[in-house]
Design a protein around this ligand. Structure first.
Ligand SMILES: [Zn+2]
Length: 614
């Protein structure tokens, strides 16, 4: 019986995943126009040193990119080696990649065609004789500069790919945003299950082995891709896969980007070691005895949590006021403590991770932008706490004629201006800039911003001061009243220690708004829910047991034991993360909509003459 169940899980899983990857195979390039038009200098090719772009491919790609209005085209050789071909499809869904402007730049690392103007604007610095990982890094850098629907993938039947060097595979995976250990763990799970099926009942187990071997053919048969070595990789898969894993795990080759990052980490290690010599208690103020919202002294601990996201040392406490329900960090961080914990979170070493998180919230961004629809057509919109301006880039799909500007303390906001995701970037604090910016914007938004600030009242004062009469303030916050917040304890992402300083129940926020002449005109609770509670909790728990990377603030070197433990923990954690994701996207999302409650809420308020209410 066990064998039947495991076999069924393996076979269904392999087929479902095979079909998912198969649907991702990019279309083939149409044949070039005859006679092929010569390269007219409007294009730049970035090609790996192992690749030579033949004339047919060059002409076909340039004609196709021009016809489709593309700024960047990743040209995938049809004979990309089978491991690299599967890696590519696992890293990117080319169809969604084209329509989602927030999608992070990905590449097969072979040949990328870029419009010369875009290449120059992005300032992409391609090393001489680039390796695949360097080509991918360039695509990643250029992608945010491409226009809407301006980046795509296609398969070139004529292009020959270079030899697959498995020692360089980890660098290639990293360049495509993959955590190598997690990628390998995802490979080991179906393999391990297949072996367990075989051991529990070989007749059924054999069916699992057959499905395991056929899956690569199922992905590519009848598609434009004809991966080199596909049949060996498929029919000998039970021995071929472990060979590939071992070669990959042993791969120590570092790309240019890896070497630069190694240097940044080395510099950061020195900084953190110095910063931590005096301990972390100096980062915290005295514990306060009264609620910052209402003054009540009736406080109790909600959650105690270490830094579960970055794993920097320290322990933090959130307390709840019985008088008004406000939840706040107590004792709270001093400014130098905030600087320490925010360092490398959204810029510096954390830039890529922050981008991956921001890039996944597309639907949430659109929901926020659409909240204005019944009330106004925004002319000028300032997003406060804009991060890298992902919200603005997404919202301009809803409001194409609105001018979006962004304000943030991080360095990412200046890049957003260069990319054209916003018109003007303001780097600094709202409280300092509010008077200068007064009257310029008919909409101001703060998404997941107030909870990070030391004094939310002062932020609301500033927003009220800068909005004209009739102007709108849109706020989205994590909802501490969401039942899963209590249930998941410190592993509820919304608590986000030590970054979150204040967590307000919706009633407290609308009252504070009303006191500033900002009348609530719409709220959203169920629709604001982001279906990520269990997946984040499972991720945070796994990462707590085994941080996926060695961090410059951790003294633990990545010894063989540490790496083996990491592999084991993630192999066990990933199934839990996947199950969490499925429950989040089905049951919990449905419940959130049904109950009109969620892990976040949105409030839209309009500034009115304070006298109107009297
Ligand atoms: Zn209170």
């Amino acid at each position: 019986m066990t064998a039947i169940i495991i076999t069924a899980v393996v076979v269904v899983g392999l087929i479902a995943n095979g079909l998912r990857l198969r649907a991702r195979v990019p279309p083939a390039l149409p044949a070039p126009p005859a006679p092929p038009a010569g390269s007219d200098g409007d294009w730049t090719w970035i090609t790996s040193r192992a690749t030579t772009v033949d004339e047919t491919t060059a002409a076909a790609a340039e004609a196709y990119a021009a016809a489709e209005g593309l700024d960047m085209l990743d040209v995938v050789p049809a004979d990309l080696p089978s491991t690299a071909a599967r890696d590519l499809l696992r890293a990117v869904d080319p169809g969604k990649y084209r329509t989602n402007r927030l999608a992070i730049g990905r590449s097969s690392g072979t040949a990328v065609l870029v419009a010369r103007a875009v290449f120059e604007r992005a300032g992409a610095d391609v090393p001489d004789e680039p390796e695949s990982a360097d080509v991918i890094a360039s695509a990643r850098r250029i992608r945010p500069f491409t226009s809407r629907h301006g980046a795509a993938f296609s398969v070139a039947p004529w292009l020959r790919s270079g030899k697959d060097d498995l020692a360089k595979r980890p660098a290639r995976l990293r360049a495509n945003g993959v955590i190598v250990g997690v990628h390998l763990a995802l490979d080991v799970i179906p393999y391990a299950l297949t072996i367990i099926a075989l051991l529990t009942g070989w007749e059924w187990g054999l069916a699992a082995v057959v499905a395991y071997c056929l899956q690569p053919c199922m992905i590519f048969a009848g598609t434009p891709m004809r991966p080199r070595g596909l049949y060996v990789a498929a029919f000998l898969r039970p021995v071929h896969d472990p060979y590939v894993w071992i070669r990959t795990a042993a791969g120590r080759w570092r790309s240019t980007a890896d070497i630069e990052r190694d240097a940044e980490i080395a510099a950061a290690t020195v900084y953190y070691r110095d910063a931590l010599t005096a301990g972390t208690s100096r980062f915290l103020q005295e514990r306060r005895t009264g609620c910052p919202w209402c003054g009540s002294a009736d406080l109790s601990v909600v959650v105690r949590s270490p830094d579960l996201v970055m794993h920097k040392p320290g322990m933090f406490t959130l307390e709840r006021c019985a008088g008004c329900g406000h939840i706040f960090q107590n004792p709270r961080l001093r400014v130098e403590g905030l600087n320490f914990y925010y360092r490398d979170a959204y810029d510096g070493l954390g830039t890529a991770d922050a981008e991956s998180v921001f890039a996944t919230a597309g639907d949430s961004y659109l929901g926020r932008a659409r909240m204005l629809e019944p009330f106004t057509v925004p002319k000028a919109w300032l997003d406060v706490g804009a991060g890298h301006a992902h919200f603005c880039a997404a919202a301009s799909e809803v409001w194409p004629d609105t001018v979006f500007d962004g304000l943030d303390q991080g360095a990412g906001i200046a890049d957003a201006e260069r990319q054209g995701w916003i018109v003007t970037a303001y780097r600094g604090e709202l409280r300092d800039l509010a008077d200068t910016l007064a009257g310029r914007y008919d909409v101001v938004s703060m998404h997941h911003y107030l909870e990070h600030t030391r004094d939310p009242f002062a932020e609301l004062d500033a927003a009220a001061r800068m909005l004209p009469l009739g102007g709108y303030l849109l706020i989205e916050l994590p909802d501490p009243q969401w039942p899963l917040a209590r249930l998941l304890g410190r592993y509820w992402m919304g608590w986000f220690q030590p970054q979150h300083q204040h967590m307000m129940p919706i009633g407290n926020l609308t009252k504070a708004l009303a006191e500033r002449g900002l009348r609530q005109i719409a709220i959203e609770r169920g629709p604001a829910h982001q279906a990520n509670d269990l997946v984040s909790a499972a991720f945070l728990l796994t990462a707590r047991l085994a941080p996926p990377r060695t961090q410059p603030w951790s003294a633990r070197p990545a010894t063989l034991t540490v790496r083996a433990w990491r592999g084991l923990a993630w192999t066990a954690g990933i199934p839990a993360i996947i199950v969490g994701l499925l429950i989040d996207r089905t049951l919990i999302r449905a419940a959130a909509l049904r109950l009109d409650r969620g892990n976040a809420y949105r409030v839209l308020a309009r500034r009115e003459n304070a006298d109107d209410d009297r």
